[in-house]
Design a protein around this ligand. Structure first.
Ligand code: FAD
Length: 538
């Protein structure tokens, strides 16, 4: 590499300085550096048609989180003598234009990304860079392992169980040598020419009106906040050593039962490798600690597991054409979907979780389990892809591999097949929070409902509803289904679908799928009954 040349560091995720091999390589031996994040209108531009404030792809909470992360990155770069350059447009076009604009770049560096959206962008940018003689450096640093390595070790197929993933993965190769955590300085920014570079925009500058939302996400974006949150989590050694994911209380919201590091990992404000090393160091210094799958390190391994399966599975985000996904004739019932999405199912536990999603963009893992199960195989029998879309938009930690993986799991379409195990929308939450404080916080309309009725307010006598200033059917909806019969019906339909999948396994052609659909659609009776029931209740 010639000295006296420039490098371009293309930030997409990986919005951090610590453990950022692409940034480190870009700065090595370069006289100047262009640290770029491209504002993609597709992702950021307001979409007035969308069902919540935000763009066509992302809710406003996540856009806000991303902008905060970019501002923090800019500040951290400035401390090292650089800054963030923020052009706007379709990212591959913008980058190619900048590279053509006499930026005199000899190295183009960016973190490798397995998500299809970035894979497609990378093809375009790499193809230009190689014809222009620009060196490309694109290391894997978003995950603990390189998904491609694991798939290769497994004979070209992704492992489909967590345990087989662990066996193949072993310890990460980098874990034995120290990670590069700090950079002391960066080369100055080169001349930007006519590339329309601006500062990190505010949400108002992106065209959003001041938000009307009454409660915003309490989680602020950025590497600084991520490292602070990580420090606070691991300061409590005992908590980390005893961490057992399934034992966490999903109804605790003021100080959640898990780390809430997911949005920081999503945008790469926090390196999962650094997080993992911190946990391993801590484990060395305690007498005993929990282990995967339930430990905190085990959670990071779940993340890598889903990244690996997602990377190695064509059509991972769809039912059709996805070999690891059971073919199930889900309902196309938009009325039920919208009731779920808008927190109007009439089940306070479900509606409170969906309100937390809308307001905060984050909920505890078990809370996500409850609403995903309820929408799909538990009660409403709505397609998991529709629920996935709602999460994808509203979560601040929305992550392509993890979100799809967990929806496949919760709908019993893949990975997990015990469809008889359904979360009750009434008794599950009550176990943790008998007084219903979580519900009272997120659904203030029910704040005066006595605890005996808070999980099933439709059973409260009218006098009690009057006293609580909440008439069911007027101030808060009646339940959209009767849970007992709806869940029974779901189980039956799952059993049928599973039987047909089994019959057809190994020979699922388009024709088979059509037959499967037809067969299950013919069986309309329970759906009619369901609708009748809904009318009776709702
Ligand atoms: P912690 O328990 O503190 O775990 C630490 C980290 O481990 C998390 O930040 C996350 O990166 C990873 N992790 C934890 N649980 C899982 C898991 N089950 N699968 C993969 N990685 C995991 N997580 C996302 O990050 N993005 C999503 O879009 C997402 N969608 C989900 C959809 C459904 C239907 C369900 C059931 C779960 C989903 N999860 C998703 C997984 C999980 O709920 C969150 O990662 C977790 O609740 C985040 O909180 P935390 O950071 O406090 O987790």
């Amino acid at each position: 590499m010639s000295s006296g040349s420039g490098s371009l560091m293309w930030f997409r995720k990986g919005l951090r300085i610590h453990d950022n091999p692409a940034l480190e390589y870009a700065s090595k031996g370069s006289n100047f550096l262009y640290p770029v994040f491209v504002i993609d209108p597709h992702y950021m531009k307001p979409d007035p048609e969308a069902f919540s404030p935000g763009s066509s792809k992302a809710g406003l909470n996540r856009i806000q989180f991303l902008l905060e992360s970019l501002r923090d990155l800019d500040l951290n770069l400035k401390r090292l003598g650089s800054r963030l350059l923020v052009p706007k447009g379709e990212p591959s076009e913008v980058l190619i234009r900048c590279l053509k604009e006499k930026w005199d770049v000899k190295k183009l560096c960016f973190e490798y990304d397995t998500e299809p959206y970035y894979q497609a962008l990378d093809v375009k940018v790499k193809s230009y860079a190689s014809t222009a003689g620009i060196e490309i450096y694109s290391p894997v640093s978003h995950t603990l392992f390189n998904p491609a390595d694991i798939i290769r070790k497994n004979g070209g197929k992704p492992p489909l169980s967590y345990q087989s993933f662990l066996k193949l993965a072993g310890e990460p190769s980098w874990a034995s040598s120290p990670l590069s955590i700090t950079l002391s300085s960066l080369p100055p920014v080169g001349n930007t020419g006519n590339c329309n570079i601006s500062e990190v925009p505010t949400v108002e500058e992106l065209g959003y009106e001041e938000t009307q939302q009454d409660e915003l996400s309490p989680f602020r974006g950025g590497e600084t906040e991520a490292l602070k949150r990580l420090r606070e989590s691991i300061e409590n050694k005992e908590w980390v050593a005893k961490f057992e994911k399934p034992k966490g209380d999903p109804s605790v919201f003021l100080k959640p039962a898990t780390t809430v590091l997911s949005p920081y990992l999503k945008f790469g404000c926090l390196s999962s490798r650094y997080f993992y090393i911190c946990l391993k160091d801590l484990y060395k210094n305690v007498k005993t600690h929990t282990v995967p799958p339930v430990s905190l390190a085990g959670q990071l391994l779940w993340r890598d597991f889903f990244y690996t399966v997602a990377f190695g599975t064509p059509s991972f985000d769809r039912m059709r054409g996805n070999k690891i996904c059971k073919q199930i004739p889900w309902n196309d019932d938009d009325e039920l979907l919208v009731a779920w999405r808008e927190a109007r199912t009439g089940f306070p536990w479900i509606d409170a979780i969906m309100t937390q999603l809308r307001k905060w963009g984050w909920m505890h893992h078990l809370a996500r389990h409850c609403v995903a199960c309820f929408l799909t195989r538990g009660d409403l029998f709505v397609h998991w892809e529709k629920g996935r879309d709602v999460f994808e938009r509203l979560l601040i930690d929305s992550d392509w591999a993890i979100n799809n993986g967990n929806w496949l799991w919760l709908s019993c379409s893949s990975f997990f097949y015990q469809y008889n195990r359904i979360y009750s929308p009434i008794s599950f939450g009550k176990k943790y929070d008998p007084n219903g404080d979580y519900i009272r916080h997120f659904l203030p309309v029910l704040k005066d409902m006595p605890k005996e009725y808070i999980y099933e307010p439709w059973t409260a006598p009218l006098s009690i509803q009057n006293k609580a200033k909440c008439i069911i059917g007027r101030d808060y909806p009646k339940p959209v289904v009767a849970h007992d019969s709806a869940s029974k019906d779901c189980r039956r339909r799952m059993a049928e679908a599973y039987a047909l999948n089994q019959k057809m396994s190994g020979m699922v052609s388009a024709e088979d799928l059509r037959n499967l659909r037809r067969k299950l659609e013919e069986d309309q009776k329970p759906e009619v009954e369901n609708k009748r029931q809904r009318k009776l209740i709702g």
